[in-house]
Design a protein around this ligand. Structure first.
Ligand code: NOJ
Length: 752
């Protein structure tokens, strides 16, 4: 009997009953549908194409448009990416629902990474807020806008931990720390997915890239990864596990291999850990042609073999590979793979459609009026401004140059009037050039100030877009003279420098991570004529800023802050908002220190007798970073004292309380992120010198003092000790509380 989706919807409407029964009805609807499907139709559910105007990967397959259209009508495509707008999506959905045999609707997906139309700070920047509620709220707005524009599934959050600022994609993640990264992963998943996936104001999230992508060798995108089980399980995997526990609807494979096994074909990652140990029931989507790329990796001789490896490992959907659609059927028919694998993968996709409400109403998300009303709402832009200022990190503020006191100010630099770079990479449907520039923000905030302006130097020549290499300007100094002149005649100089939007992101790895092009040269010239410089940085990664830190009195890290960037930065520079951001990633002194991160291991030779060389170090640079993880200043100043633990003995089933007093010794109210770190002094395997285990963002009034407490329990001390064994080990621990990973006080306790 042919039931088809329309018949099944009718049956389920008739079956309205008690909650538990409804659940059963839903479950059986997916099973019924699966039972109705031919092998080809099931494989169609596993096929995903980019069919929209947007393109987010190598685009050579566009020639296949006709084939794609036919497959669409025949139920040969289960989901699409990059097709935007309620109207377009409705029409495409109609083609599928009305023409295919069973009328199973498509899912529309897109990289909604830090906003859809209203842009929030790039994820690395927003992570500097250490404000989980904020990150949940911005993800919720991104979901609301995207859902109104016909999208039901975002390929975010990227939860890859990375310690290598050369890797361009650090801008998309939460930085270097597994604890902070896990907390942020949960906040973002909750924000995107809300209470219910079938609410047309929420979208399915995707934990990506599983796994190891943040550890690409030499920070070069798509490069090979060499990590052992300890690194994998204790550093890389935790945010994925946290996302899974928070109910993330989907996972994405990674492009890289790990010690010879491409993640997309890794039965260890996908079958043993994700779908085995963790019992994950959601969908695993490949990355863009990452199944086809098994051939380039050299583990499959052709697409047929690639399909076999990936479906066996547990990749459910083939994104843009055209591999499953072409080869799974023959593999089943030849008896090389069991049809159960296809059934399991297709069932996961159908269940997602069910959860999204698409089996009830394929057109649920396509309401053009809602789209018009929702995008770029005032409250969304207000949230973008709030997120922007909360993401700013004050790196240096010598002699309280900030907040601004001067009224005769020169505004200099290639990013000062730039309305595009602050939007950042992975900008979804944002309008190019739609951000508030710093120039606009400052002139609006200080209408009575006397501003002069000079660009000084260009940052790039030619196109700045998602596909092409950005060519850095290295020869044209013709704007220097004007900039130097204006700087000479001003009381204070605000210089906006850094990276354009497309100098970080996918495919944007750099071997040098200082200010690109002629910027530093210009900065040094300006410094010769006026030392009162406030350097505002806009960038997608940690930069090397040794000269800047030594010479420039005030430095503000303003990332790529999104639609309201200029207003957000002006709020901080003028003192309307007291900055409280803290770095989610270490800033090195020199690129040769990379990878550099606070939670490193000791090594056998952490130090030596004075004057000797036989210890872990570089001979030409100090071992310390320029700015450590967790670092960031405020217009307030905080003094920590009286660290203590309630008991020095922690029982295996007990808990203790660690506390510290934090005093705001300034005359301005301010927020501080109080950070808790723990070190396991002796372990079965080597342990990090300290690991973040908690944080609290607190407001402390001017002159006020508060006690901050953390509960410590044995679960916080647990780790993977090898052979996938997990648990805490009895012994001595050192507990640190402080304002960043470097400046802490400590106390010891013992786990019995
Ligand atoms: C490739 C990227 O690696 C991935 O993160 C993204 O989601 C897909 N392209 C789709 O655009």
């Amino acid at each position: 009997m042919k039931i088809g989706i329309k018949g099944i919807v009718l049956l389920s409407i008739m079956a309205i009953s008690a909650c538990s029964e409804q659940k059963e009805t839903k479950k059986s609807r997916v099973d019924d549908l699966l039972a109705e499907m031919t092998l080809e139709e099931k494989i169609g559910q596993l096929n995903q194409y980019s069919i929209g105007a947007e393109l987010t990967g190598p685009g050579e397959k566009q020639g296949q448009a006709k084939r794609r259209y036919e497959e669409l009508k025949n139920g040969g495509i289960g989901s699409v990416l990059n097709l935007l707008g309620a109207k377009n999506a409705r029409e495409t959905q109609r083609q599928v629902v009305e023409n295919s045999r069973l009328g199973i609707p498509l899912i529309f997906s897109f990289d909604v990474v830090h906003g859809y139309k209203t842009m929030f700070p790039i994820p690395l920047g927003e992570s500097a807020s250490w404000d989980l509620e904020l990150m949940e709220a911005t993800a919720a707005v991104a979901a609301k806008e995207a859902a109104a524009a016909g999208i039901q599934w975002t390929f975010a959050p990227m939860v890859d931990i990375s310690r290598d600022a050369r890797w361009g994609r650090v801008m998309e993640g939460a930085g270097e720390d597994p604890y902070l990264g896990s907390a942020i992963a949960v906040a973002r998943v909750k924000g995107f997915q809300g209470e219910s996936l079938s609410d047309p104001a929420t979208i399915a999230a995707c934990a990506k890239h599983f796994a190891g992508y943040g550890f690409v060798e030499s920070g070069k995108d798509y490069n090979n990864v060499y990590v052992g089980e300890n690194q994998l399980m204790n550093t890389i995997v935790p945010p994925f596990k946290a996302a899974k526990d928070a109910g993330v609807a989907t996972f994405m494979n990674a492009f890289n291999d790990i010690d010879g096994v491409p993640s997309t074909a890794s039965t260890f990652l996908l079958r043993d850990i994700l779908k085995g140990n963790w019992q994950y029931k959601g969908v695993v989507v490949s990355d863009w042609n990452s199944i086809g790329e098994l051939i380039s990796h050299g583990v499959a001789k052709d697409k047929r073999e690639a399909a076999k490896l990936a479906i066996t490992a547990g990749a459910d959907i083939d994104m843009e590979g055209v591999v499953y659609i072409d080869h799974l059927k023959e593999l089943v028919e030849a008896g090389e793979i069991n049809e159960d694998l296809i059934d399991d993968a297709a069932k996961r996709v159908l269940q997602l459609k069910e959860d999204l409400g698409l089996l009830d109403d394929p057109y649920l998300y396509f309401d053009e009026n809602r789209e018009k009303e929702t995008l770029l709402k005032k409250e969304h832009l207000d949230l973008a401004r709030e997120a922007g200022r909360k993401s700013i990190v004050l790196l240096k503020n010598q002699d309280d140059l900030l907040p601004l006191k001067a009224s005769n100010i020169a505004l200099i630099g290639p990013l000062m009037k730039d309305k595009d770079s602050p939007i950042g990479n992975w900008r979804a449907a944002a309008e190019a050039g739609s951000a508030v520039s710093l120039y606009e923000g400052l002139t609006k905030a200080l209408p009575d100030a006397n501003f002069t302006y000079a660009e000084g130097v260009k940052l790039s020549v030619g196109p700045n877009n998602f596909f092409q290499e950005v060519e850095v300007e290295t020869g044209d100094r013709s704007g220097f003279a004007e900039a130097i002149n204006k700087a000479r005649n001003a009381e204070t100089v605000i210089v906006a420098m850094g990276e354009t939007a497309y100098m970080s992101g996918e495919g944007r790895s750099r071997s040098e991570i200082g200010l690109p092009g002629l910027q530093l040269e210009l900065l040094k010239e300006i410094y010769k004529v006026n030392k009162n410089i406030i350097l505002v940085l806009m960038n997608g990664r940690p930069l090397t800023l040794a000269w800047e830190d030594e010479n420039i009195p005030a430095i503000v890290e303003a990332w790529h802050l999104g639609s309201e960037a200029g207003h957000a930065i002006a709020d901080v520079l003028t003192g309307k908002y007291n900055p409280a951001g803290k770095l989610p990633m270490t800033f090195p002194r020199a690129v040769g220190q990379v990878p550099i991160y606070y939670n490193h291991k000791m090594t056998g030779r952490p130090s030596s007798a004075p004057g000797q060389v036989f210890y872990t170090h570089h001979t030409d640079v100090d071992n310390s970073p320029l700015y450590p993880f967790g670092y960031g200043l405020s217009y307030s100043s905080f003094v920590y004292s009286d660290i203590s633990v309630s008991e020095s003995l922690l029982k295996a089933d007990g808990e203790i309380t660690a506390s510290v007093t934090v005093k705001n010794t300034s005359d301005v109210d301010g927020e501080e992120v109080v950070q808790l770190y723990i070190r396991d002094l002796v372990g079965t395997i080597t342990r990090p010198v300290k690991e973040l285990k908690g944080f609290k963002k607190v407001m402390i009034p001017a002159g006020g003092s508060i006690e901050v407490e953390f509960t410590v329990d044995p679960e916080m001390l647990a780790y993977y000790k090898g052979d996938l064994k997990y648990g805490a080990e009895p012994g001595d621990f050192e507990l640190f509380i402080g304002t960043n990973a470097r400046d802490t006080q400590s106390v010891q306790f013992e786990l019995k």
